[in-house]
Design a protein around this ligand. Structure first.
Ligand SMILES: Nc1ncnc2c1ncn2[C@@H]1O[C@H](COP(=O)(O)OP(=O)(O)O)[C@@H](O)[C@H]1O
Ligand SMILES: Cc1ncc(COP(=O)(O)O)c(N)n1
Length: 280
């Protein structure tokens, strides 16, 4: 089977847990060849975002063209866009290139609570929704997209996801990560209702920095590998749960923050490589 060529269009997280760094690891974990167009540089770590520095939108366009002029892209994952001009540039490029698989994570606010999208860019981000196959908002992002209150029950999450699916003619991955519940349901939702769903007990873990980035990248890669959204969702969430569970063993970050997930540890273990690296 050929290797999926997957492009992440997202911001950089120098601490390696979220953004393009998480995307490239998640794509690699599923056998894909990862590429990255950088929309913004952040100065952040497991505690929070200190600063954001965005390149001119024209330079984002140049990066996109440099990749698509030369390489056939099997899937695109879109994450942090930062500002309206960058969102517009990505929209124009998507309309021209029409990649076969597009997963859009409408990143607005980091797990730490810091803003990653200028409030004036919300309309531009909304305009991108109909250009995606699947949109993956968390609960606060779903509230912004619908203009409604933040959902507190899973039924409310599904109702808001259906609304977004209907208005923008897109599949919505409803995510229960932010619920105050003992389980963490996720479901792919169309305007007509649930297309596929998964669930599992909530892990008692602080390693949740970059979970949304990692999930959307894994989903895009696995959609190419499996040819099926429900199967891609099942495999991506099974992998993410294991990666969250072993995140703390990476020993990345000081106390009180949200550490990264262990994207590649399962592969290293299976190949007996991590044990050997520790011995050397
Ligand atoms: N404590 C947890 N235990 C198990 N899965 C979790 C946990 N926290 C988040 N997840 C999973 O991580 C993914 C990202 O979810 P969520 O936190 O809602 O989005 P985001 O990272 O975009 O804020 C979802 O699949 C969710 O079920
Ligand atoms: C560059 C960048 N992009 C996205 C996120 C969101 O991360 P999370 O998945 O934890 O919400 C982040 N913290 N930094």
């Amino acid at each position: 089977m050929s290797v999926p060529r997957v492009l992440s269009i997202a911001g950089s997280d120098p601490s390696g847990g979220a953004g393009i760094q998480a995307d490239l690891k998640a794509i690699a974990a599923h056998g894909g060849y990862g590429m990255a167009v950088v929309t913004a540089l952040t100065a952040q770590n497991t505690q929070g975002v200190r600063a954001v520095h965005a390149p001119p939108a024209d330079f984002v366009a140049q990066q996109l063209d440099a990749v698509s002029d030369d390489i056939d892209i099997d899937a695109v994952k879109i994450g942090m866009l930062g500002g309206a001009r960058t969102a517009d540039v990505v929209g124009v490029w998507l309309e021209r290139v029409r990649p076969p698989v597009v997963v859009l994570d409408p990143v607005m606010i980091a797990t730490s609570g810091d803003r990653l999208l200028e409030p004036t860019a919300e309309a531009a981000l909304r305009d991108l929704l109909s250009l995606a196959d699947v949109v993956t908002p968390n609960i606060p992002e779903l509230a912004v997209l619908t203009g409604g209150p933040e959902a507190v029950t899973w039924e409310q999450v599904i109702a808001q996801a259906r609304e977004v699916a209907a208005v923008h003619d897109v599949l919505v991955l409803a995510k229960g990560g932010h619920l105050l519940a003992s389980d963490t349901p996720d479901a792919l939702v169309s305007a007509h209702g649930e297309v596929a769903g998964v669930n599992g007990p909530r892990l008692v873990a602080t390693s949740t920095h970059g979970t949304g980035c990692s999930l959307s990248s894994a989903l895009a890669t696995l959609r190419v590998v499996t040819g099926s959204w429900p199967e891609a969702l099942r495999r991506a969430t099974t992998w993410l749960r294991a990666a969250i569970a072993r995140g703390e063993s990476l020993r990345v970050g000081s106390r009180g923050g949200h550490g990264p997930v262990d994207h590649l540890g399962m592969l290293w273990d299976a190949a007996g490589l991590r044990a050997r690296a520790l011995e050397a």
